[in-house]
Design a protein around this ligand. Structure first.
Ligand SMILES: Cc1cc2nc3c(=O)[nH]c(=O)nc-3n(C[C@H](O)[C@H](O)[C@H](O)COP(=O)(O)OP(=O)(O)OC[C@H]3O[C@@H](n4cnc5c(N)ncnc54)[C@H](O)[C@@H]3O)c2cc1C
Length: 325
């Protein structure tokens, strides 16, 4: 038995979130007393062999086939289902990427198993993996276990495990498994991969950011945030609902489906601190949060927290900044 971590590639390069899933897998493998196997799929994986086998894994397993050159859910599910029939993993982990969201549950269903998506933590109790999942916008955390015999499938949310603890070492053994795939098994034809347009604003290089969330209530109130940003010499950013509503352009969204930022100052106004937002800004040097709910999760990562109404705090900050300039 083993713990398998499926490594994702984009344009031949390993997607960094895969390393976080590998760290999660290593933790689980140690606690379960199982070996750790990294699995990658593609048409020719020679270029990433050395990079993968340097990681602290028991084994690297490569699934190569011309039909795996471009991602398709059918191809990935067929290849992984046959590999898993041979490897019989106790636990199979994936990075929680868009691609995994597409094929992961299908793979689990093919094998008659459930799929625990978007886990932010992973432990082991009584020899069984226990996942932590966020509920109600991060207000609660639920421990989740999977019933029954067979592989337990789960995806790991970005930022939940630190990839920088992975240290390269001596090369681990590497093997290729036969992949039986035929074109008629694949019912979709991949076209060009969607690329987001290069944003006019590069939030990733901003030194100061004033970020606004649903606490702003109405787009008519945004000038208050813009005024505070101007007073601080900061860029304006937002949580996803603000951009989804079209109140600010998409390129200003911070989080797992937006930009990742690491400014010296991140001032979060009326943002609850959902994991998908936090993963995009937790690398900020100083985080200041203004929220009227003292139990908002954003305060867990804030260096300075103001429990209060942003419509009172922001004007007071603007006034103080204008007075001091
Ligand atoms: C696949 C997926 C990807 C996602 N990607 C992202 C992403 O990239 N970025 C992102 O941000 N989210 C993302 N989300 C959404 C995320 O889960 C949260 O829903 C979102 O971050 C919540 O935004 P919010 O904090 O602005 O709103 P809410 O969660 O509604 O929080 C509003 C906060 O404002 C506070 N508030 C209200 N009024 C005031 C006031 N007058 N003064 C002060 N505080 C006040 C409230 O107490 C509350 O904490 C994603 C979700 C999914 C499922």
């Amino acid at each position: 038995m083993s713990v398998v971590v499926v490594i994702e590639l984009q344009d031949g390069a390993i997607v960094p979130m895969s390393w976080e899933a590998l760290v999660a897998g290593g933790t689980a493998a140690d606690a379960l007393g199982e070996s750790l196997i990294a699995v990658a799929l593609g048409s020719d994986l020679t270029a990433i062999e050395a990079q993968l086998s340097a990681k602290p894994v028991s084994e690297v397993v490569l699934l190569e086939h011309p039909l795996l050159e471009r991602y398709t859910a059918d191809g990935y599910v067929a290849a992984l289902a046959s590999a898993f029939a041979e490897l019989k993993p106790k636990l199979a982990l994936f990075p929680h990427t868009y691609q995994v969201r597409d094929f992961g549950p299908k793979l689990a269903a093919r094998m008659g198993r459930a799929f625990v998506s978007d886990a932010v933590g992973l432990g082991v109790e009584d020899g069984r993996p226990v996942f932590v999942r966020q509920m109600f916008q991060g207000k609660f955390q639920a421990d989740v276990t999977v019933e029954g015999e067979g592989t337990v499938f789960a995806s790991i949310q970005s930022g939940s495990f630190r990839a920088d603890v992975l240290v390269d070492g001596p090369a681990s053994p590497l093997r290729r498994l036969d992949v039986a795939l035929s074109a008629d098994q694949i019912r979709t034809k991949p076209l060009e991969r969607f690329r987001e347009t290069a944003g006019a604003v590069d939030l990733s290089s901003a030194e100061r950011i004033v970020s606004v969330g649903r606490g702003i209530k109405d787009p008519e109130n945004l000038p208050l945030v813009e005024k505070l940003a101007a007073a601080l010499g900061a860029e304006v950013a937002a949580s996803r609902p603000i951009c989804d509503n079209g109140w600010l352009p998409l390129e200003r969204q911070v989080g797992s489906s937006g930009q990742t930022v690491a400014p010296k100052l991140y001032l979060a106004l009326g943002i609850s601190g959902a994991i998908q937002h936090v993963v995009g800004m937790k690398g900020s040097k100083t985080i200041v949060a203004v929220n009227k709910d003292a139990s908002a999760p954003i305060f867990e990562i804030a260096d300075y927290g103001i429990v209060g109404d942003l419509f009172e705090v922001a004007p007071a900050l603007i006034e103080a900044l204008e007075r001091s300039s």
